[in-house]
Design a protein around this ligand. Structure first.
Ligand code: CTP
Length: 406
């Protein structure tokens, strides 16, 4: 089954240069199984042609509110939409939408619509920063519309860089997926997820770290966000991108990660500790770069003395909200289950995800994992080899089971 199979998406396109990216968005949605009805404003047709959208969606695109046989298009299109997306949304469109105008097919359809709405502004950075635009956006958000913040980066040629760019189609797609998510089973829950490797400074240019890429934790954070949760991702060093959605706190060392987890934990319904915080750090980080031949203190020939970092799970037990579900991971090279059981108890966890650091297709780095889930007081559950993105959903299904049993 494809992610958007059979879902009707109304895609409004207004007159901004970013509308060329909307063609790709329409194509990705269609490839994902959606039926995409494109509604173009007059101005948008100066930038991209209706035929281009018809070619990628395989469906008629719409623009005129008046015309024989069109009279009720705005009502029908709005009624059939499972989600209403406007990308790009120009400053002018935001102003008209904020004031309830209905003077073209797109604004009239928006007024007739009851489906979730996603507006994706794109404009010059000064127009985005203008107080009038900010007011319009705040009002649209008050009305219950989701409004994405534009990306910062290069604007139209000669316009320099700044916040105003339309986010990439893949980012918009993730947002649409959340609005279409039927389950929304984690709506109203706050989930803290940690991911990636920490870096422990040796001197200002060197550090100790590990091979964690953050892929598993990021997959869990994104899946929880798609289920409607308010997600706080405490991210060490990541080798993978995080899609818009989870709120990301970037940290460097295990001590920084501990401090952020300690801040977030009292309001968290769930903590998933998927990060690989370093267990050891240099006892003292040199304040200056250690030179090759210094001869004195910090001479590279001298051994680096290590100290243990604090265990984040253990040292924050007292900060947990009563009833919160706490999930840890265990990466082991031998005696997987007995080591996992021991960590489950020592760290006072509700569930531990045990994986092997040596098995092919499991553990660090790759796209897949094969794990055993241990739930406190329950049976071990072997989960077959699968992509980490799918495993994230299996883990969240168990987390929901635990939450709902409380
Ligand atoms: N963890 C933690 N704080 C640390 C190190 C690990 O909270 N300083 C968490 C990990 O995020 C994971 C769990 O503890 O959820 C188990 O991590 P793991 O590295 O498997 O075990 P350790 O407790 O570090 O024990 P050991 O290295 O001896 O196997």
């Amino acid at each position: 089954m494809r992610p958007f199979d059979g879902r009707r998406v109304l895609l409004g396109v207004t007159g901004g240069i970013a509308s060329y990216k909307s063609v790709m968005l329409a194509r990705l949605l269609t490839q994902g199984g959606a039926h995409v009805d494109v509604v173009m404003t007059r101005a948008s047709q100066e930038f991209v042609g209706a035929i281009t959208f018809e070619a990628v969606t395989g469906r008629k695109s719409y623009s005129e509110i008046f015309g024989p046989g069109n009279a009720l298009d705005h009502i029908r299109l709005a009624r059939e939409a499972a989600v209403f997306v406007v990308a790009p949304a120009t400053a002018d469109f935001l102003a008209r939408a904020a004031h309830g105008h209905a003077d073209d097919l797109l604004t009239a359809s928006l007024l007739a619509n009851t489906a979730p709405v996603l507006l994706v502004p794109a404009m010059n950075d000064r127009m985005w920063a203008n107080a009038q635009t900010a007011k319009n956006v705040a009002h649209l958000r008050d009305l219950g519309y989701s409004v994405l913040d534009p990306d910062a980066g290069p604007l139209a040629v000669g316009e320099g860089t700044g916040p105003g760019r339309m986010p990439e189609p893949e980012t918009i797609l993730t947002q649409i997926a959340r609005l279409l998510e039927r389950r929304g089973t984690l709506a109203g829950r706050r989930i803290v997820v940690t991911a990636g490797a920490t870096r422990e400074a040796i001197d200002p240019v060197r550090f100790i770290s590990n091979h964690s890429t953050g892929r598993m934790g990021v997959a869990i954070a994104e899946a929880a966000w798609r289920r409607g949760a308010d997600v706080r991702l405490v991210a060490g060093h990541l080798d993978v991108a995080v899609s818009a959605g989870p709120y990301v706190h970037s940290v460097d060392s295990a001590a920084d990660m501990r401090a952020l987890v300690a801040d977030e934990l009292p309001s968290a319904d769930v903590l998933v500790m998927a990060a690989a915080p370093a267990d050891f750090r240099p006892a003292r980080a040199a304040t200056r770069k250690i030179k090759k031949a210094s001869g004195g203190a910090g001479d590279p020939a001298a051994p680096i003395t290590l100290a243990q970092t604090e265990d984040i799970l253990k040292s924050t037990i007292a900060l947990r909200k009563p009833g919160a579900v706490i999930v840890g991971f265990a990466l082991e090279t031998e005696d997987l289950l007995s080591n996992g059981e021991a960590k489950l108890k020592q760290k006072s966890l509700d569930m531990i995800v045990v994986n092997s650091a040596v098995e092919k297709g499991a553990g660090f780095g790759g796209e897949t994992n094969r794990v055993t889930l241990l739930i406190a007081g329950g049976q071990a559950e072997d989960v077959p080899l699968m992509p980490k993105t799918e495993l994230a959903d299996v883990i969240l299904d168990r987390v929901e089971g635990l939450l709902n049993g409380r």
